[in-house]
Design a protein around this ligand. Structure first.
Ligand SMILES: C[S@@+](CC[C@H](N)C(=O)[O-])C[C@H]1O[C@@H](n2cnc3c(N)ncnc32)[C@H](O)[C@@H]1O
Length: 268
């Protein structure tokens, strides 16, 4: 298939766009990735340059082509029970100490296609029994949120789900959904998803006992990280927990949080 060439000026324009909107820093090495991901949109509109696509995208309404560009420039890799030590910590340290009395709430703050949110839901349902809980998942990409809301996954994407949970919480697809797996309805009803851009001021997301903010900080520079962490700490209940990804760090920017383990923090 024909590959369009992106000039430095064009690449810089898209780079500035995604940084301004989402805080995502694209290094020079991402040039060919940007060109291949956005190339499909040039073909879609029969355009012959990235500049023409940029002009069309910038002139589009917020939920139109701009959103598609955001969807294409974010990296959404995720899987069920990713970084299992976090789930072990939750099951062995946090949940047994939970006194109940109100709804236990977790926010999966860059949820991608929902695997993290549903992994948390399975664990809470299993460990909290009849005590109430809710999961909120959010992301900046409309495409991944749509998939998350469906809760339908390909069979080859479910490796991390413990066997017992597969039987208890997942339905095997039949007919047109052969080869897929659907998260069962009772669990899906306790998990909601909405669009939240972490770079912007947060509007009424509420307070949470735990926030999972994993594998997204790596895309931000230090100032954006600081701003995001500050906002998220305000959304934690007193003594609430913040989990970040294993390859991420809050070095120098964890005001208001004590470090429990290298990627696990608690609000002071
Ligand atoms: C690699 S995925 C991480 C998914 C999951 N948390 C995990 O650890 O498997 C990163 C997600 O962050 C989202 N993201 C990037 N910038 C964002 C922003 N400014 N606001 C909200 N979500 C953002 C992307 O759309 C993407 O789905």
């Amino acid at each position: 298939m024909y590959q369009f060439t992106i000039t430095d000026t064009e690449f810089n324009a898209f780079r500035a766009f995604i940084y301004d909107i989402a805080g995502i820093k694209l290094s020079n090495e991402k040039k060919s990735l940007v060109s291949s991901r956005l190339g499909k949109r040039l073909r879609h509109y029969s355009l012959n340059s990235f500049q023409k696509y940029y002009d069309l995208m910038i002139a589009s309404p917020q939920h139109g082509e701009r959103q598609i560009t955001i969807d294409l420039l974010t990296t959404n890799e995720t899987y069920f029970f990713r970084e299992p030590k976090h789930f072990d910590f939750l099951a062995s340290k946090i949940l047994p100490a939970w006194k109940g009395g109100k709804t236990f709430k977790i926010w999966s703050a860059a949820s991608s296609t929902g695997e993290e949110a549903y992994s948390l839901a399975m664990l809470l349902d299993d460990k909290l029994g009849s005590r109430p809980w809710r999961i909120f998942g959010s992301d900046i990409s409309a495409r991944v949120l749509k998939a998350a809301q469906q809760g339908l996954y390909l069979q080859n994407r479910i490796d991390g789900i413990p066997k017992e949970y597969l039987h208890k919480y997942c339905l095997k697809g039949t007919g047109e959904h052969e080869g897929s797996l659907l998260i069962e309805k009772a669990l899906r009803q306790k998990v909601s998803f909405a669009s939240v851009n972490l770079k912007k001021p947060l509007e009424n997301v509420g307070l949470f006992d735990i926030i999972f903010l994993r594998n997204v900080l790596i895309y931000f520079d230090i100032d954006t990280k600081r701003q995001i962490i500050k906002q998220l700490v305000e959304q934690l209940e007193p003594n609430g927990y913040l989990f970040i990804g294993h390859s991420e760090s809050l070095k120098g920017i964890h005001d208001g949080l004590e470090v429990l383990a290298p990627t696990i923090y608690r609000k002071i």
